[in-house]
Design a protein around this ligand. Structure first.
Ligand code: ZN
Length: 129
């Protein structure tokens, strides 16, 4: 089953929290996710979510959510999207860039999102050229 999955990541690359939607194209706001973000805000370095059927881009809804989170937190974590064909990061200064060396947990994020197998990017090949 393909579905969007969200990971909260700390500065050492550890997964602090995760949740999953029931849809390959949506990750509805959830009170539990917000509470996890708030309670982990001191360690929170990155909020990542998957687009298991693409695109490798932040959606309009993602932009709105990121702005709301930045306002609420009073801080800018990194935001990232993981799609079958790669990973996109919006850094603390708001710059968006394609990631060439993906962190270890993108393999897990793809697996949890149902991306392995059918699509081009296998988890274990995620950082291969
Ligand atoms: Zn999204």
């Amino acid at each position: 089953m393909r579905r969007e999955v969200c990971f909260l990541i700390d500065g050492a690359g550890r997964i602090l929290w995760s949740d999953a939607s029931m849809s390959p194209v949506a990750l509805p706001d959830s009170r539990a996710r917000w509470e996890a973000i708030w309670s982990h805000r001191a360690q929170l370095a990155e909020i990542s979510h998957s687009h298991p059927v693409g695109p490798l881009a932040f959606s309009r809804e993602d932009e709105t959510t990121m702005e709301a989170l930045i306002q609420a937190l009073g801080a800018r974590p990194r935001f990232s999207v993981v799609a079958p064909e790669g990973m996109l990061v919006r850094d603390r200064d708001g710059q968006v860039a394609r990631v060439t060396e993906e962190p270890w947990w993108t393999g897990l994020l793809r697996l949890a999102s149902g991306m392995s197998g059918e699509s081009g990017a296998m988890p274990w090949r995620a950082s291969a050229p």
